[in-house]
Ligand binder design. Structure first.
Ligand code: F6R
Length: 608
């Protein structure tokens, strides 16, 4: 995701900002820039591409000044480009702003500001902030920033540098992390600890609704209402690698814990106050949605498993028939694409060769193509007619976790959006489903705090050679993902089976002690799954069941039961996936495997 760094002190800021930005590179970005207050006033260098390109620009035209802000951008509004890179300024180039997060009401604010005569030079949501600060500036930068942010809705971590008051930096946080580093005769801003770790280990961690005013000699902390606050300095004793992983041992574990935020970010701005789904930028009209005859989904690996969940979600909510294909099969199977077919390509990276080829094949056959992807500016995003971005932030571990679960959130949003257009669901049910969807981030957070039993199960299965995941309906789709996760990082062979299918062959493999993980979150299928659990138990299996809180009857049949918070069956995969990811994670760790870089695998598969 985007990164912020800020410096004020008695050293030249250019290299401190550059070094800070380089420490944030691991988070992923598509452009970078700095604003520094020099003798000539506020000066900017920014560019699409790598930090090395910014560095080349700064070598050719260096900047000298003791206060500056810098940014690495991971595009959310507007493609990666020089103009969309941060910092953004007001029209008089007196105020510069870097921002992480999303301003939900930027379109409305932009319209109002344009009517007041402000000119916009980028497609970003951030630019409204620089114009708003300029609009409110009457000799007090802190006050102007306060007034500006009181008008914006959404998530933001902001750092501001102004030519009006070049001896200070102002920073504000709301729902996007921001820390203030305290040094000797110099102070720092960072969106993450690695950005400033080389210079200081003493930081203030801002909470939502707090702001900081930094000069070279001190830091003042206050609320957005202007009340001064005292905060304890936090001393960081992590090394750089630990800081990049936010204190977790691996990127995978960090990314599993990123999920509550990834869910929130993917939903942000897409559910309005009237509890309607709004998908800004979606060009597929209500009439076109009503006219759809069929949907095809194409994807690979984990994204394919997300599409299987997406199929059930869309079919249940809209009754439009959906087919899901592995992209590597679809591209060669001469798919039957009739009129009014929508093809949805699902890809975290947006660069997977097979998914791209399947998407191009569909296009050639006349289909309209939609993409669900995590990377703005990726090939899949560029080639699709419509894109629904997951906002999971960069995923660094090879095994996908938060990208998969954010794809599920994208499918819920899309399914509900279509149901709204088609009126296939009554208003009350829509509102209830949306309210439950909004609860998922806090439910995941709650779950992440109580999953110690999963570690114990991992101990039990870590010396096994093979095991089974079984489930029905959405539990079967999730079982496939759980099985892939375990295979790819623990190297234990596992199979996912539709629970009702075992007796047609594979039951022969169950013997005394064979571990079977039975997913049983689908209430209407509970009794059926319970019978399948009995079948495997009768052959000696050791059964670990995964159920919704309150489904205690499973304790009578399974050897162990792990519970996930109650939700609607349709939403259950977005919760139940978390213990399954952790099961794979702990099992692989206990076996001593490199969890972030499993053997034989690459993060992005750009070859056939
Ligand atoms: C497994 C995993 C892969 C990817 C697959 C598609 O954890 O990450 O199975 O899901 O290679 O990648 P994307 O989603 O980038 O198209």
């Amino acid at each position: 995701m985007c990164g912020i760094v800020g410096y004020i002190g008695n050293r030249n800021s250019q290299n401190i900002l550059l070094e800070g930005l380089k420490k944030l590179e691991y988070r992923g970005y598509d452009s970078a820039g700095v604003a520094i207050h020099t003798e000539a006033g506020l000066e900017l260098r920014k560019t699409k591409g790598r930090i090395s390109e910014l560095e080349t620009r700064l070598e050719a035209q260096p900047l000298t000044g003791f206060a500056g802000i810098g940014h690495t951008r991971w595009a959310t509004h507007g493609k990666p480009s020089d103009a969309n890179s941060h910092p953004h300024t007001d029209n008089d180039m007196k105020i510069s702003v870097v921002h992480n997060g999303i301003i939900e009401n930027h379109l409305q604010l932009k319209e109002e500001l344009e009517q007041l005569g402000y000119r916009f030079l980028s497609e970003t949501d951030t630019e409204v902030i620089s114009h708003l600060i300029a609009h409110h500036y009457e000799g007090d930068l802190t006050e102007a920033v306060r007034k500006a942010v009181s008008q914006v809705r959404g998530a933001y971590a902001i750092a501001v540098l102004s030519e009006h008051e070049p001896d200070k930096l102002v920073a504000v946080r709301w729902a996007s992390p921001l820390i203030i580093g305290v040094g000797q005769g110099e102070n720092f801003i960072g969106s993450d600890i690695p950005a400033i770790l080389e210079y200081t280990r003493d930081v203030y961690i801002l909470n939502d609704g707090e702001m900081a005013v930094l000069t070279r000699d001190g830091v003042e902390l206050m609320t957005l209402e202007g009340n001064f606050i005292a905060k304890q300095l936090f001393h960081i004793d992590w090394d750089l690698m630990m800081a990049e992983k936010n204190g977790f041992d691996t990127f995978m574990l960090k990314e599993i814990h990123d999920q509550p935020r990834a869910y929130q970010d993917t939903m942000r701005g897409r559910i309005n106050e009237g509890k309607e789904i709004v998908l800004p930028g979606m060009t597929l009209s209500a009439e076109q949605i009503r006219g759809l005859k069929q949907i095809h989904m194409v994807a690979c690996g984990t994204a394919y498993h997300a599409a299987l969940v997406g199929k059930t979600v869309i079919e249940r909510l809209t009754r439009i028939p959906v087919e899901v294909d592995l992209a590597s099969e679809y591209r060669y199977r001469m798919p039957v694409i009739r009129e009014n077919t929508l093809v949805i390509a699902v890809s975290q990276s947006g660069e997977t060769a097979d998914t791209l080829a399947a998407m191009r094949e569909a296009r050639q056959c006349g289909a309209r193509v939609m993409a669900i992807t995590n990377v703005i500016g990726s090939s899949v995003a560029r080639e699709a007619d419509d894109v629904l971005f997951t906002l999971a932030g960069p995923e660094i571990a090879v095994a996908s976790t938060k990208a998969y679960s954010s794809q599920l959130i994208a499918f819920y949003l899309l399914g509900l959006f279509m149901a709204q257009s088609m009126e296939t669901l009554d208003q009350a049910s829509l509102i209830e489903l949306i309210a439950m969807l909004e609860r998922l981030p806090s439910q995941v957070e709650e779950m992440l705090e109580g999953l110690e039993p999963v570690r114990q199960i991992a101990e039990q299965i870590s010396n096994q050679n093979h095991l089974f995941f079984i489930g029905r309906g959405l539990d079967y789709s999730l079982a496939m993902e759980a099985s892939l996760k375990l295979k790819e990082i623990s190297y234990i062979h596992s199979e996912a089976y539709a629970a009702g299918e075992l007796k047609h062959g594979s039951l022969a493999l169950i013997e005394e002690g064979t571990p079977v993980i039975a997913l049983a979150t689908q209430e209407l299928l509970l009794e059926k799954t319970a019978s399948n659990i009995k079948e495997v138990k009768a052959r000696g299996a050791y059964v670990i069941a995964l159920a919704l809180e309150g489904q205690t009857e499973l304790e009578k049949t399974a050897d162990q039961v792990i519970y996930v918070p109650r939700t609607y069956s349709l939403l259950a995969p977005a919760l139940a996936v978390v213990p399954l990811q952790l099961l794979a994670y702990y099992t692989a760790s206990i076996r001593g495997n490199d969890v972030d870089k499993p053997r034989n695998l690459a993060k992005s598969v750009t070859v056939e």
